[in-house]
Design a protein around this ligand. Structure first.
Ligand SMILES: [Zn+2]
Ligand SMILES: [Zn+2]
Length: 145
């Protein structure tokens, strides 16, 4: 069982909720699909093994996971519809992304300088920064050839 599924099961149990088969499949798909799937991609994937699934269950489950801090929603500009949410199961807090505009591959990274930018901004403006997300766009080594 993956870490995400384990954590979600634990949270459900502590609140008297139930881990339904559909929730379980959605959680598994997040881990299997890896790189930041959209709700539509999750729906298409899980529907193959469970034709009774509907898209609103996928959305509800993802919003719940988001509220619990188990996934975070991201917006990447390669989506034609810019409102498309992509769901990120990997260490949701403050990590950043490079996106290859050609092959759409996503590389995650962390850099403490970004934390410094956040702190400096807070000091200068007295704003409370809730989260930081940096997205770099360009070409990966393969696509530069
Ligand atoms: Zn990510
Ligand atoms: Zn590429």
């Amino acid at each position: 069982m993956g870490a995400l599924l384990e954590e979600a099961t634990e949270i459900l149990r502590s609140r008297g909720g139930r881990m339904t088969n559909q929730r379980k499949r959605i959680l598994e798909s997040l881990e299997l699909l890896g790189s930041h799937p959209s709700a539509d991609e999750i729906f298409a994937f899980v529907s193959q093994s469970d034709p009774t699934l509907n898209l609103s269950t996928v959305y509800r489950t993802l919003r719940w996971l988001e509220q619990e801090g188990l996934v975070s929603a991201r917006h990447f500009h390669f989506d034609e519809d810019r409102r498309t949410d992509r769901f990120d199961a990997a260490s949701p807090i403050d990590h950043h992304h490079f996106i290859c505009t050609e092959c759409k591959s996503v590389i995650e990274f962390d850099n403490r300088l970004i934390g410094e930018v956040k702190n400096q901004f807070s000091r200068q403006t007295n704003c409370w920064v809730q989260s930081v997300s940096v997205v770099l766009y360009g070409l990966c080594p393969n696509c530069q050839k």
